[in-house]
Design a protein around this ligand. Structure first.
Ligand SMILES: Cc1cc2nc3c(=O)[nH]c(=O)nc-3n(C[C@H](O)[C@H](O)[C@H](O)COP(=O)(O)OP(=O)(O)OC[C@H]3O[C@@H](n4cnc5c(N)ncnc54)[C@H](O)[C@@H]3O)c2cc1C
Length: 375
């Protein structure tokens, strides 16, 4: 699949950003378990924080195919930055699509311009894959809705100024906007993760948190499918492309290392077994990229199979990325597990990609279900 001239120009700009602004710092952010504020400001200035939003909301109405290229380059540089951009898109688009005019006007531009960071609060301590059965509850009170429950593993909760919180209201799913600082809301940082360590995760406790009636984004039987599922589909597309970038980063590092490192009097690249490893890596990267391009093209044309293709791309690309990353670490030997090369961070981040936005096993179920249901 050939890129257009415009797409190629964009890709060059994204790659430069990744090389100059992400790769030199990503290991340090990983160790600090925090992103630098300046990189978020740079993303906002480039209108890349939620590039798919319309211009008046801080985006640039970026097409799905180009957004995929951005996700790939961010993923090549720093998985947590890619995760940040995915989550901002999930929250901003959900509010823009399903929220009332007041919520749309207040929050979509604020998130799009980086004035406020958003978090997508679905998962709970006891409910992950089975997210439809969350136990956080909301009830109507005199001055709005009162929400009680706990959300866990929430990306950028430590930094977020606004949370999109899913709860049950009158036995149907509902989604609410909850502002940081609302009485009863506390955020405890989660540290020491295996990967995506700079994603500033948190556990959110909502203890009788009262939000105004107007903060209800959606309520009803279809809320989960309309709001949560479409947001996860958006995030999954970013994760799939990000996994391609991660794998490409591992391949690039491995090619350099195999050319430079000499063992048994020749560069590693001269050993046949090393060449075989490189062949496996490059084939996986290119196959994963083609699946992402196919998903991107279907998303761009609102094809009815786009959701299934995105699932397939995410399933394949994240598994491939983990495999490529583990081969890259092996090829680097001790340097592969040391602090100076990106491959050990990529390996840890790759495992996380198989868990977020639907685990590999849940996708095995969903892809078969959707494929069997096709006429
Ligand atoms: C770094 C990171 C960032 C995250 N960010 C967010 C965020 O911003 N917002 C948010 O809401 N959540 C977030 N999450 C949570 C993430 O979405 C969940 O971890 C994920 O959905 C899986 O849920 P779980 O961890 O509870 O695993 P579980 O659902 O308990 O699953 C445990 C294991 O059982 C398997 N399993 C479960 N059900 C089945 C089945 N039916 N058949 C076969 N196998 C099954 C799973 O595949 C998995 O291997 C994040 C997680 C991480 C690690």
């Amino acid at each position: 699949m050939q890129l257009s001239t415009d797409q190629r120009d964009n890709q060059t700009a994204f790659a430069r950003f990744s090389d100059e602004r992400l790769l030199p710092h990503a290991n340090a952010w990983d160790r600090a378990e925090r992103l630098d504020d300046s990189v978020i400001a740079d993303l906002a200035a480039a209108r890349w924080l939620v590039p798919t939003l319309p211009a008046e909301a801080g985006g640039q109405a970026m097409a799905a195919e180009t957004y995929g290229l951005l996700s790939e380059e961010l993923g090549r540089g720093c998985g947590s930055v890619r995760n940040l951009v995915a989550v901002q898109g999930m929250v901003a688009h959900a509010i823009l699509k399903w929220g009332n005019a007041g919520l749309r006007d207040r929050w979509a531009p604020a998130i799009g311009t980086g004035e406020v960071i958003g978090s997508f609060a679905l998962t709970e301590p006891e409910v992950g894959s089975d997210a439809r059965n969350g136990t956080t509850t909301a009830r109507k009170v005199l001055d709005g809705y009162e929400i009680t429950g706990t959300k866990k593993w929430i990306s950028f909760a430590q930094r977020a100024g606004v949370f999109l919180v899913f709860a049950r209201l009158d036995d149907d799913p509902a989604a609410f906007v909850v502002e940081r600082g609302t009485p009863g809301l506390t955020v405890d940082p989660i540290t020491g993760l295996l990967g995506l360590r700079a994603s500033e995760l948190g556990e959110i406790r909502l203890d009788s948190v009262v939000v105004p009636e107007t903060n209800l984004v959606s309520h009803g039987r279809l809320t989960f499918d309309l709001v949560a599922t479409t947001s996860l589909d958006y995030g999954r597309y970013s994760t799939a492309y990000g996994a391609v970038g991660l794998a490409q980063g591992c391949l690039d590092a491995s090619l350099d290392y195999a050319r430079d490192r000499v063992q048994f009097s020749v560069p590693l690249a001269e050993h046949q077994l090393v060449r075989r490893t490189l062949t496996e890596m490059v084939t996986s990267v290119e196959a994963a990229r083609l699946l992402c391009r196919q998903a991107g093209s279907m998303r761009g044309s609102s094809h009815r199979d786009a959701v299934r293709q995105t699932l397939i791309a995410k399933y394949f690309a994240t598994r491939a990325a983990y495999q490529v990353a583990t081969e890259a670490v092996q090829l680097h030997g001790a340097n592969g597990v040391g602090p100076d090369y990106p491959v050990q961070r990529h390996l840890r981040d790759a495992k996380i990609q198989e868990i977020i936005e639907g685990t590999t096993q849940i996708q095995q179920i969903q892809i078969a279900d959707l494929t069997l249901a096709r006429s």
